[in-house]
Write a protein that binds this ligand. Structure first.
Ligand code: GDP
Ligand code: MG
Length: 411
């Protein structure tokens, strides 16, 4: 990253950012190729798995999910996320017969090469003990075949719990799940490496399970309280995809450079279909914002806005792509969300001021070429020259649009 910072240039004392793209090859050489991730979506039938998948990735409204039919066996979908990440999403029907099958005949097939397991608990379920027992079996199989996998447990349908007791109910359930996870790991740990697993007896082509050593097998576990009726779903899913996104540190570095250059309070980068926050940058001033849930709220608001645009223009929901969303809150703050690269939207929040706002918009447009790598595995061509005067300078020193445009890279 250091190489890239040098080539892009830091804001000078005068607030100008001048990028000389003489040597970004080092940074681009680090760009990762297309990454495929197997993501298992599991939990009892009716717990809400297909609903959340359809809302996040297929532009469903929460109320549309009532019409979803039960998933039969495994519903496999390939979700393209940005230009270089494909999620192979295994939505596993949760009826008991299917679950038993995943744990026996299909064990190696289902649990090998898993990047992420998302396990959904319905908080309304009456048979908690049984749900937990199934969860223990699933975790044991996962640890056996994909011990590096990350586990996200979603305690779902929290809207059905009284708001006053939600936190306590979640904490109690989370503690139970953590304990059960530890128990599942202990079961696998006790197994001797030479003991063949049940499934490897069924076919000669099944992959061998990960050898069980004495070191810690505890999966990397995170828990979230979720509901399809509020923004909590976006918080959980943004965390799930966050670690899967290739070139994350490059994205973060670039966003920070842009944020400093335009003197923003905060920048959010969204994936264009799901509106999940891929990455963000916050200034020291922005860190004082007391609303910790503002990121998932913005995901929710922008996605609803997109649906509203679709409703009133007659455009199909999947095709709708608004280009700009601006909000100027008097003397408090300004923000805009705009289409950025082919696969992303960007949101910039900044102090008020017309000159600052206009300058930031131009500079964000100029910075698009820095982020071309988000659109595909192909290493972008180097712009001949790039000079992006900062909005800080624009706001402070009254730079005119023609001066700024003069410094923009040829796109
Ligand atoms: N109240 C409430 N209902 C939900 C929620 N998520 C899903 N549902 C409903 O639960 C039912 C079953 O959902 P579905 O996604 O088919 O469950 P799956 O079998 O796990 O795939 C549907 O009627 C959904 O509308 C939620 O967060 N809150
Ligand atoms: Mg389903």
């Amino acid at each position: 990253m250091a190489d890239f910072e040098t080539t892009m240039g830091a804001p000078s004392a005068g607030g100008q950012v001048v990028g000389d793209w003489t040597g970004p090859a080092a940074a681009h050489a680090q760009l990762k190729k297309v990454k495929k991730q197997k993501v298992l979506l599991m939990g009892k039938s009716g717990s809400g798995k297909s609903s959340m998948r359809s809302i996040i990735f297929s532009n469903y409204l929460a109320r549309d999910t009532r019409r979803l039919g039960a998933t039969i066996d495994i519903d496999l979908s390939h979700v393209k996320f940005l230009g270089n990440l494909t999620l192979n999403l295994w939505d596993c029907g949760g009826q008991e017969a299917f679950m038993e099958n995943y744990l026996s005949q299909q064990r190696a097939h289902v649990f090998s090469n898993v990047g992420v397991l998302i396990y959904v608990f319905d908080i309304e379920s009456r048979d908690v003990e049984r749900d937990l027992a199934t969860y223990v079996n699933i975790i044991s199989a996962l640890v056996q075949y994909s011990r590096e996998a990350k586990v996200f447990v979603l305690i779902h349908k929290m809207d059905l719990v009284q708001p006053m007791t939600r936190e306590d109910v979640f904490d109690h359930r989370a503690a139970l799940v953590r304990r059960k996870t530890a128990e599942a790991v202990a079961i696998v740990q006790k197994q001797k490496p030479e003991q063949p697993p049940q499934a490897s007896l069924t076919t000669t082509t099944t992959p061998t399970p990960t050898p069980v050593a004495n070191n810690d097998l505890s999966p990397n576990l995170q828990l979230f309280a979720t509901s399809i009726w509020d923004q909590s779903l976006y918080k959980a899913w943004a965390s799930i995809i966050h670690d899967l996104v290739p070139n994350l540190s490059l994205i973060e570095t670039q966003l920070a450079s842009l944020g400093l250059a335009i003197d923003a309070d905060e920048i959010l980068l969204f994936e264009r279909t799901s509106f999940l926050v891929v990455s963000r940058w916050t200034s020291a001033e922005g860190e004082r914002n007391p609303y910790g849930d503002r990121f998932e709220r913005m995901s929710n608001i922008l996605k609803s806005w997109k649906h509203t645009c679709s409703k009133y223009t007659g455009t199909p929901r999947n095709a709708e792509q608004f280009s700009d969303f601006e909000y100027k809150m008097g003397a408090t703050f300004s923000m805009f969300a705009t289409k950025f690269t082919t696969n992303t939207y960007i949101l910039v929040c900044m102090p008020p001021g017309e000159a600052r706002f206009n300058s930031a918009k131009l500079n964000v447009a100029a910075a698009r070429s820095w982020f071309k790598f988000l659109d595909g595995p192909v290493v972008p061509a180097q712009p001949a020259a790039a000079a992006v005067p900062g909005a800080a300078a624009g706001a402070g020193s009254g730079l005119g649009a023609s001066q700024m445009l003069a410094g923009m890279p040829a796109s």
